[in-house]
Design a protein around this ligand. Structure first.
Ligand SMILES: C[S@@+](CC[C@H](N)C(=O)[O-])C[C@H]1O[C@@H](n2cnc3c(N)ncnc32)[C@H](O)[C@@H]1O
Length: 377
């Protein structure tokens, strides 16, 4: 069993649901948050007991949601105290602009939180309204300034591009605003809007943004970020050198992590398991047995190898050149244009990253054909 180096804690509370959101969130039930935190602690203690004193400590903790910044910092602090941690652990939290008052932020820093990620999504009020956000662009800027002056080691923001109401001009305005604030940021995540089933946007069924426009927006963002020292290290993530998210890098490097809370997922390097996704069910299970596992899947070695290729393609770690090329020659000539090779590593170019899934498929086919050929030779 791989060491579980990351701890993910799911905090499901939100004041309202955003139009794009398919995450496991609740906008009532907040009154029961103390009971929920008791359940989180019980789940964590159950895992630590299973380790029988062998466990050294988590390297990273990530509070996600939902809106973890909605709950009192003392609840977050209590959970941090309950989790064994290595020295210099990264402890990150997702914060929303409307719950970013300086007092609350100072208490999170005092509790040991090292990294805050602000859900901004856009600096265009029209887009924010379309997303059903409960803040405007001005509120987002005030929040970023408050977070940046609160003493976290690292500040990140989330953006979403490609809303049907977003024009090229609107996106370029968002990027201009971001660049103006970039001195305050060590990290940024920018996701292409996904229309998920059972969301308000799915039901609205507005015509989606053309792929070519999405690609243009991504490439312009990537170029502008590089100019201010924020470098891409995963398809949707950019950072200053050394400020990459250590927690998310565990996911992308195929490492082990424990998830606690409703709907959270865990992985030990071979088996994935996931928790009950509704609040009442989660509480009933943990209060009854200390656990709330709803299902699990043991990956085969070949599934793990495939995931490694897919994850490697998404990150600046890239792939071992041996995976894409037999000495001096690409397995598939058409792939060559999408990669840059340095030493033993083959990484996708910015344009290549836009085609990562299709390229992964081509590589897997080439690897499969190579294997068949070896078997018939
Ligand atoms: C777990 S979510 C919520 C974080 C935070 N509570 C907030 O709303 O600002 C984390 C991030 O995922 C991104 N996200 C969520 N749903 C998405 C979707 N359907 N398409 C693209 N990005 C999405 C958003 O950028 C969001 O900030």
């Amino acid at each position: 069993m791989e060491k579980l180096s990351g701890l993910y804690v799911h905090i499901p509370y939100c004041t309202s649901r955003c139009s794009y959101c398919a995450f496991a969130v609740v906008h009532n039930g907040y009154a029961g948050r103390h009971r929920y935190f008791d359940a989180l602690k019980r789940e964590l203690e159950g895992y630590l007991e299973l380790q029988g004193g062998e466990f050294v400590g988590f390297e990273t903790v990530s509070f996600g949601g939902g809106t973890p910044s909605l709950v009192e910092p003392e609840l977050i602090a209590g959970l941090i105290d309950a989790a064994p941690l290595i020295d210099e652990a990264e402890i990150s939290i997702e914060v929303n602009p409307e719950s970013c008052d300086p007092q609350r932020l100072a208490e999170l820093v005092a509790a040991g939180v090292t990294r805050a990620s602000v859900g901004v999504q856009s600096f265009d009020d029209r887009v924010l309204k379309y997303f059903g956000r409960s803040h405007d662009a001005h509120g987002a800027k005030v929040a970023i300034e408050a977070v940046a002056s609160s003493g976290f080691d690292s500040v990140s923001i989330d953006l979403v591009y490609g809303a049907p109401v977003e024009s090229e001009r609107s996106w370029d305005y968002t990027v201009d605003e971001l660049i103006d604030l970039s001195d305050l940021l060590e990290h940024l995540s920018a996701y292409a809007l996904q229309i998920e089933p059972r969301t308000k946007l799915h039901w609205m069924a507005d015509p989606p943004t053309e792929e070519a426009d999405l690609a243009g927006r991504y490439l312009r963002l990537d170029e502008r970020l590089a100019e201010v020292g924020l470098k891409n290290y995963e398809i949707s993530n950019w950072s200053r050198p050394g400020a990459e998210s250590r927690h998310n890098s565990t996911y992308w490097n195929g490492g082990g992590y424990l998830g606690i809370g409703m709907s959270s997922h865990s992985f030990d390097g071979q088996t994935r398991w996931w928790n009950v996704a509704n609040l009442a069910g989660y509480l009933a299970c943990v209060e009854g047995s200390g656990r709330a596992v709803a299902g699990s899947e043991r990956l085969t070695d070949s599934q793990i190898a495939i995931e490694r290729i897919m994850l490697g393609l998404r990150t600046s770690r890239g792939l071992d050149t041996a995976t894409v090329a037999v000495p001096g020659r690409f397995l598939d000539r058409e792939l060559e244009d999408w990669f840059e090779i340095s030493g033993d590593s083959a990484r996708l170019t910015a344009r290549g990253r836009l085609l990562a899934d299709a390229i992964a498929l081509r590589i897997l086919q080439s690897v499969e054909e190579g294997r068949d050929k070896d078997e018939t030779d």
